[in-house]
Design a binder for this molecule. Structure first.
Ligand code: NAD
Length: 248
């Protein structure tokens, strides 16, 4: 990573009126959670059909054990990494307005971020598909599957969006509002392939934001949306940026 570029990025962030972050699966890779696409990704190991809404409703006894294995036995053990931590510190210092995340792993909140717009929901909450009763996944007994609502016996699902579901309205509206007021947008660890989430950085760019991308690879944003690409892992780049943001 070029020190000069890192210094420029730190100055751009410090001078911003409203900086937002847009994060994808890549930001949690250094916490041990694999992304959905590419080498060693989740979909090379599991069949994504289990997260299809209609399939889940029809065959919950097949979907639920796999969901438990991926999102609770496995995700549940992950801890925030340096990228989550520096973003939380930036918010605390008034340098970051919000995080718009495609992730469902709750790691931004665990690192201390307060304003997090969860574009795809959160695996740590469960919702009854019949009566809407919500509860924390930590309080639920996941031994007997499929999970049934304690109040009405309805099928319970994790409160993140499955294939075939709409984006939560408030998260979508809040993310668009942030994109329209941001003068700096930090994209971290996203391919830009998932719609409509990918519209958020595009909207920020269209409204004049300086777009900084952190990703070891090029993404669909890199050519037309990104102004400055920091080629590297989110945790490593944020560790290098941290002293330039806070000590200089
Ligand atoms: P993706 O899986 O399509 O792509 C991940 C991106 O992260 C790639 O561009 C890759 O080059 C980059 N990357 C890999 N390692 C990185 C690192 N250490 N630092 C920075 N970048 C790194 O991810 P996506 O675009 O976010 O879309 C996938 C969808 O899957 C999302 O909508 C999300 O809801 C979901 N998902 C979430 C989680 C999670 O909650 N942690 C994990 C997997 C998938």
């Amino acid at each position: 990573m070029d020190e000069r570029t890192l210094k420029d990025v730190a100055s751009i962030i410090k001078e911003a009126k409203y900086c937002m972050a847009f994060t994808g699966a890549g930001v949690s890779v250094e916490s041990g959670i694999p992304p959905f696409r590419g080498e060693n990704s989740l979909w090379t190991r599991y069949d994504p059909t289990i997260l299809d809404l209609k399939y889940f409703q029809q065959y919950p006894e097949e979907s639920w054990p796999v969901i438990r294995e991926i999102f609770y036995d496995f995700f549940g053990k992950a801890r925030p990494n340096k990228a989550h931590e520096v973003l939380a510190r930036m918010e605390q210092a008034g340098m970051l307005g919000c995080v718009v995340t495609q992730n469902i792993d709750n790691l931004h909140q665990e690192a201390g971020s307060k304003v997090v717009h969860e574009f795809h929901g959160n695996s740590q909450q469960l919702v009854c598909m019949h009566c809407g009763f919500r509860q924390g996944a930590a309080e639920a007994d996941l031994k007997v599957l499929p999970l049934r609502c304690a109040h009405c016996g309805g099928l319970v699902k994790p409160d993140f969006i499955f294939f075939g579901e709409r984006i939560p309205e408030k998260a979508y509206a809040d993310s668009l509002e942030a994109a329209r007021k941001a003068d700096v947008c930090l994209i971290m660890g996203s391919t830009g392939e998932v719609m409509p989430a990918a519209l958020i950085p595009q909207e920020a760019r269209r409204n004049g934001a300086v777009v900084i991308e952190i990703n070891p690879e090029d993404s669909l944003f890199t050519r037309d949306v990104t102004h400055i690409h920091l080629t590297g892992k989110a945790g490593e780049v944020m560790a290098a940026l941290e002293p330039l943001l806070f000590d200089a």
